[in-house]
Design a binder for this molecule. Structure first.
Ligand code: MSP
Length: 517
């Protein structure tokens, strides 16, 4: 079973921020989860490096475009390393392999007469890298996103016959029984896309003459491929198209392309049409999440209000940063975040709930059992109760990419164990019924181990720590894989009686909330 997952390739004229991190962390969680469930996963991310915007940004900095791209793609790589992202490859559109694939696809479409030359004149926004219609402009005649006046551009471009794919696209998107069904999520966004396709698809320009920083078309060296065509093709280059047939046949089509709503149209309409034109399979799922705002306003480098992955990790640590990024707002709609909100969630979910569960369990084991897993006949009742919550709520949520719901299910599991501890009140039992103590502490440890297994995809380092502090046997990943396959708790439990526990460490120290300027 294979699973091919991608993030957008990010523009190198911006620094990586929490928005890019959001998509990439979500993709990483899913990639890790699928690996733990026995899938042969391929996870691709990368950077989008061609076009006027990049060439201009380089000029402003007194660099060559290549220098800027080299420098900035490194920043994305560093950010993903910092966030513990397990991508299998990092693709850059300025690589030779990408040039080769783009030229191969362009030639194939040209040979099939799906690309033709035409004169084009329209208002072009450099910031958006696209032509804008009069109706798209604001009251000052400017691009509403960039607040700059678009320039009138007229040139002979190559066009792709997008219009001829209208019916087949609608069929693949709306008919779930189609062999090549393209599932678009969430539902409301899918409906918007379907509505827009029904209004009619126009042929689109796919090349430029004035943009030198790009991939030259094989049949007309005067023209370069328009950034979007170049960019989308990364998804097949990344799995070996056209020369590595074995790899391509193994992983293509993508199981899920992940992105925000801003680029859903390109991924669910233009990209599948290009693939159909080239005679290739279309992606199985295109999933778009919402947009983050920070304290109510759009994040932008110029406004200086971006949160960088470094800042997040500095304040909360890597695992908490990963957890908070995907659990703060529902995955799908837009949402607003703030440092205060992040800190609050950190304290409630991680310091108070999860951190507290581990530290109190270990402290009790230390006080009453000399820091050993107590000797008793295995009691799995609490672990089974925890397993049921995770099975009913966590697994379906993560499989459907509802990361915030999966995080909530983890919290519910932790709360259940914390409540059981309150009900048992082992500190009282120690005086009244000491013979009941071993089974109680043993059961908390088993439940904590089970939670650790489910935490692996979200918070890999924390899961490992809990696993070793609680003296769980074997390797956590192997145990998790086995558990997810047959859902059976090992006969003697994950933490075996008599095993040496480790001193309680503070997993998540409490943080005082303060809004960063
Ligand atoms: N280069 C194109 C994508 C080509 S993919 C073939 C591009 N790059 S981008 O750098 O602008 O990245 C856009 C993506 O970054 C969004 O779709 C989303 O995944 C992520 N995000 C950037 N800012 C974001 C928010 N404020 N909120 C949520 N996600 C955001 O478009």
């Amino acid at each position: 079973m294979k699973f091919y997952i991608t993030t957008p390739i990010y523009y190198v004229n911006d620094i990586p921020h929490i928005g890019h991190s959001y998509t990439t962390i979500a993709a990483d969680i899913l990639a890790r989860w699928k690996r733990l469930n026995g899938f042969d996963v391929y996870f691709l991310t990368g950077t989008d490096e061609h076009g006027t915007k990049i060439a201009q940004a380089a000029k402003e900095k007194g660099k060559t475009p290549q220098e800027l791209c080299d420098e900035m793609s490194e920043k994305f790589k560093e950010a993903w390393k910092l966030l513990n992202i397990t991508n299998d490859d990092f693709i850059r559109t300025t690589e030779k392999r990408q040039e080769y694939t783009v030229q191969t696809i362009a030639q194939a479409l040209f040979d099939k007469k799906l690309i033709f030359k035409n004169k084009y004149e329209a208002l072009y926004c450099v910031g958006c890298e696209k032509f804008l219609a009069e109706k798209d402009l604001d009251e000052n005649g400017c691009c509403p996103d960039h607040k700059t006046k678009p320039v009138l551009q007229s040139e002979e471009n190559y066009f792709f016959k997008l219009s001829s794919f209208q019916d087949e696209l609608l069929e693949r998107i709306t008919n779930a029984a189609h062999k090549q069904h393209i599932e678009i999520q969430p539902e409301e966004r899918r409906n918007e896309i379907v509505g827009k396709i029904k209004l009619g698809l126009e042929d689109i320009s796919i090349s430029r003459t004035a943009v030198d920083w790009g991939i030259h078309l094989p049949f007309d060296k005067e023209q370069t491929a328009y950034v979007w065509i170049d960019a989308l093709i990364n998804y097949i280059t990344g799995v070996g198209y056209p020369d590595n047939k074995e790899m391509f046949e193994k992983y293509w089509p993508a199981d899920v392309h992940l992105m925000a709503k801003d680029i859903l149209w390109f991924h669910s309409v233009i990209w599948p049409a290009v693939l159909m034109g080239a005679g290739l399979a279309t992606p199985k799922k295109v999933y778009s999440h919402g947009f983050f705002t920070l304290n109510g306003s759009k994040m932008s480098k110029t406004l200086g209000n971006v949160i960088s992955p470094q800042e997040l990790v500095e304040k909360f640590g890597v695992d908490a940063a990963r957890y908070l990024a995907v659990s703060l707002i529902p995955f799908g709609p837009d949402g607003d975040i703030s440092w205060t909100g992040l800190t609050l969630k950190y304290n409630v979910d991680l310091a108070n709930n999860l951190g507290n569960l581990i530290s109190r369990t270990i402290k009790m084991a230390e006080k009453y059992f000399d820091l050993k897993v107590p000797q008793c006949s295995p009691d799995f009742e609490l672990a089974k109760k925890t397993a049921k919550i995770l099975e009913d709520d966590f697994t379906p949520a993560i499989n459907n990419l509802y990361f915030h719901k999966a995080a909530q299910a983890l919290q519910n599991a932790v709360t259940t164990v914390n409540q059981q501890i309150e009900n048992d009140a082992p500190w009282k039992l120690a005086k009244t019924d000491p013979e009941k103590l071993p089974a109680c502490i043993y059961s908390y440890l088993q439940a904590a181990d089970l939670i650790a297994i489910h935490l692996l995809a979200f918070m890999p380092e924390t899961a490992e720590k809990i696993w070793s502090v609680c003296a769980a046997q074997e390797n956590i990943e192997e145990t998790a894989k086995k558990y997810f396959k047959d859902k059976i708790i090992p006969e003697k439990g994950f933490s075996v009686s008599g095993a040496q526990l480790q001193q309680a460490q503070v997993l998540f120290p409490r943080i005082i909330a303060e809004e960063k300027k």
